[in-house]
Design a binder for this molecule. Structure first.
Ligand code: GLC
Length: 399
């Protein structure tokens, strides 16, 4: 398969138009709407071959930003879709009422690197400002400098075993039982009138390692964006916030050389090894020595993450590991992309190349599937799933 060509075709097939808006569905038969972090990935991928569509993808995300700055993780542009996607009562019309990992500034910056279009930056900046301010304020009410999520789905890793403890679920569980708990939180959010900092935090409040790592990298890039359009005060503010989150992550999450997600008021560490332990590489918040230890002891460890088709999303030695269990074991190209970028940050280009090779091999073998068995590479979940396109962005350090 010519991967570049196949990717372009996939993006055309998954493209949807609604009035003056254009967006890409992650998988037509399974995920027929627009998802926030998926669209950030789409922009990153499209920036390699269709800059106009990359920008349109960003504008469509921004269209339904809430008054308080939050960007919903789903937009139901076309509700007549006849798929099996569950009907969820989010409490608002046309969108969900939770968000997803804040990859927006990264996507915008990557687009800007290509054509240096200041007008584009100026037109999206107020939305970005409002969104990241929302996260910094509403999701960190006690100014501890860690951003809280109020539903596992906000991490983008719906049933990851990182959330078993805060959801009060046993290690061995069905997807149905897990989904029920998450839907309960959706209902709770409506009862809370969508108040994250003072109401929802009583029901689920996790300081997640990837979410905060993504926040650090994106805040640094947001500071660059602000500088480009002469918003120097904003630039200082966002850069300082990025630094504060890095320090808080170290203070509250680090133990035994690993950054763990935490939950609850007392920052209880959730010591479950998932790919999340590599996210700090992407945020560049650890030392070279710490990075080497992570790679040697865990990533390249055959009893943990080094399978035939790395990187499994959950470590093999976790009791929750399940090679076909959605986010409980399979390899996802999205997670691989973060690890790939993180490895390059620390000069581990050979290992990064292995991750890229694994991602390409999975798609060559099984097509654009949602996730893959990490031992045999069998394709699982949705078909014609867009994230495989991220392999096109593995190879160069743009943002
Ligand atoms: C699944 C994934 C989530 C993604 C969505 C649409 O729910 O877990 O990360 O945004 O599908 O692709």
């Amino acid at each position: 398969m010519n991967l570049n060509l196949a990717c372009r075709q996939l993006f055309i097939a998954n493209r949807r138009l609604k009035g003056k808006f254009q967006y890409t569905v992650p998988a037509p038969a399974t995920y027929p709407y627009q998802w926030f972090w998926d669209s950030c990935f789409h922009s990153i991928i499209l920036s390699h071959f269709d800059l106009i569509s990359a920008k349109k993808e960003i504008f469509s995300i921004l269209f339904r930003q809430f008054q308080n700055g939050m960007i919903p993780h789903m937009i139901y542009w076309d509700k007549t879709n006849k798929t099996n996607f569950p009907r969820i009562s989010w409490g608002k019309d046309g969108t969900s009422t939770i968000t997803q990992p804040p990859m927006l500034a990264y996507a915008v910056w990557q687009i800007f690197q290509i054509d240096k279009d200041i007008i584009f930056l100026k037109s999206v900046y107020p939305h970005l400002y409002h969104f990241y301010k929302y996260l910094l304020i509403e999701r960190d009410p006690h100014e501890k400098h860690l951003i809280g999520i109020m539903n596992p789905d906000e991490s983008g890793e719906d049933n990851s075993p990182r959330f078993d403890l805060p959801l009060n679920l046993p290690v061995k569980q069905t997807l149905k039982a897990n989904t029920e708990q998450r839907l309960r939180l959706v209902k709770q959010n409506i009862e809370c009138h969508f108040d994250a900092p003072f109401c929802m935090r009583n029901f689920f409040w996790v300081k997640d390692v990837p979410f905060n790592s993504i926040m650090v990298t994106n805040l640094k890039l947001l500071a660059e964006i602000a500088k480009k359009i002469d918003q120097d005060e904003d630039a200082d503010y966002f850069a300082k916030e990025a630094e504060a989150i890095s320090l808080a992550m170290r203070e509250f999450m680090l133990e035994d050389d690993i950054f763990w997600s935490t939950y609850g008021e007392n920052y209880k560490k959730i010591k479950v090894k998932t790919w999340a332990i590599f996210a700090p590489l992407y945020a560049k918040i650890i030392t070279q020595g710490e990075a080497k230890k992570l790679v040697d002891d865990h990533l390249l460890n055959k009893n943990e993450f080094w399978t035939n088709f790395p990187v499994p999303t959950t470590s093999l030695d976790e009791p929750s590991f399940d090679p076909s269990g959605f986010w409980r074991g399979p390899t996802w190209v999205g997670a691989n992309w973060f690890i790939y970028k993180g490895l390059l940050n620390y000069g581990f280009s050979d290992v990064a190349e292995e991750i890229k090779k694994s991602s390409v091999a999975l798609i060559q073998k099984s097509g654009f599937r949602e996730y893959f068995n990490p031992f045999i590479g069998e394709g699982l979940g949705a078909q014609n799933f867009t994230w495989g396109g991220l392999v096109i962005d593995m190879g160069q350090q743009r943002a």
